[in-house]
Design a protein around this ligand. Sequence first.
Ligand code: G6P
Length: 641
Amino acid sequence: MCSIIAYKGYRDAAPLMVKALSRMEYRGYDSVGIATAHNSALIVKKGVGNVSYVNARLNLDSMQGNAGIGHTRWATHGAVNDNNAHPHVSCNGRIAVVHNGLVENHDELRFMLSKEGHVFKSETDSEVIAHLLESLPTTMDDMRHGYDSMDKAITDMLSMLNGSYSFVALTSNGMLLGARYHEPLIIGLGNPSRSKGGGDDDNNNDNNGDDDDDDYMLLVDECFIASDVLAFIEYTDKAIFLADGEVFVVRGITEACKPRLSIEIYNSRDGKAIVKEVTQIAWEFADVDKGRFAHYTLKEIHEQGHAISRAFFNADSKRLHLLVDALIDADRITITGSGSSYHAALMAKYLFSKICMLRCDAIVASEFTYNIDTYVGNGSPILFAVSQSGETADVLNAVRIARDNNFKKIASIVNSPLSTLARESDIFLSINAGPEVGVAATKSFTAQIALLYRISMEVARSKGINPPTLDIESSSINVEKMLEREAVISDLAESIKNANSIYIIAKGMHHVIALECALKLKELAYIHAEGIHAGELKHGPLALIDEKSIVIALNPMDDTYSDVITSVHEAKARGAYIIGVSDSKSSSSIYDFTLTIPRVDRLLYPLYEVIPLQLLAYHMALKRDCNPDYPRNIAKSVTVK
Ligand code: G6P
């Protein structure tokens, strides 16, 4: 999706924002733009391309000014072109806006504003916000501060916007104003303190008759407003997470008064000032460098040994037990997620039934609403959401539908404990995978599965069931063993790089990995790939198989082994090139190529068989000249429905 950064303080805003946008590039990379306020005027530069390309072309990082807004776009409304890139500027050139989300009634607003004489320069829904702000009865800069309620004009204006948004507006005088509704927006605070009474500031004409009532006002040396804490974590670990319906204003106050900026936050529904809690962010979020790796995706594939053990062993025990109790008490459990997280949800279905005899349904988050009747239990249903980012709109929508339908509990596992999903859940657990920047999920997927093993085992113990032995301690060694074969996998990728379609066949829980492998090949290498239940090959897909076909068979030595071999023979008889993923030496003669996996506890195979397939998709991407970190048309955090 789009990402937003805004800065106001004592540093040059532009270079800081360019860096922040690069860090958030996983969210969107169709086009990039920056506006700064300098000498009481706005400077705006924007264009199509990724951050480094647009920066090299337009010298974004040399723009002057200590206040600014920046944006990377992932197009939803309007083509990918320079005009549609953000920021969008009001007709008088004094207000620039960056927006993430979707203003659903933008056609109506555009019509109304055009009739009032506003001229639109883009096709985007976002531009209406700049014009609406311009048409406020008091100009943004004129709004006085220090009151206990927000200017009514702003609250009225926000009530006109339908849909989802987080936006930040910058005035030519360097004031920042913004709001959040169903899209993330976080304010990073440089050296914060609370205002004590506020009467010491000449500009703070508190004429509401209540001298002591303005300690809601935060004072800072500098502030950062962003879609993700990754944007500013190197400058501050203190932040405010705006909630839906909150609006903020950041202004400079008198030079004599240090700190120099005030941040006021209001509820947009009634305009009342809000005192927000300042959250301390864990510094590990700052670990977002590629290190020795060519791409984030490769780095994250290599981090999986540690990610698996951290997810399994570092689960917060108090939360874990709350979750276990909630799962045992529920009369119906529905697990949901999108993309790879949906695949983890599907895996949970297998693990819960095999390890702890819990029955549950797994459903794609965007489908939950259409099947809600199936999932409402007899009074104590639970929705269990799986999400790396915790910001995926389809998942959050499912959570809200579950709330509206009186689900007893919302539980989740997330990689971002500060995310909206974590905040909206009754119980959440972190997978502790550290930041995942590559658009395609890799370490977050295996970490989700590792945590699901742990949850299943704890449920089993609580129910008095003897859990199976799962040797997670050896995960780092096992992952390492597979990573050692990277050169061979790269050669394999070279030999099959021109494939038009790849079929991945598997049975039982391995089918989930077949789906995940197909998704990786599509996302990273733009190859059509399908995960197929091996037994279904003969019921249709076999018609597609010929000597040009590539078939990957997931075939570890468990109860699925011989049935998958039968399907392999069916494909081989039609001339397909067969890649076997197996720990069995005896079957290697059947395959044209073998990706060997370690012999592990049966339930652990999925965790390891996915790793050579991730590497294959990564190397296929390189061979086909695709950028594995930023696949075309998709975003890591999809915050629109
Ligand atoms: C996007 C990404 C996928 C990801 C999915 C769910 O579609 O491209 O890689 O699996 O979102 O993301 P989440 O953050 O909810 O796990």
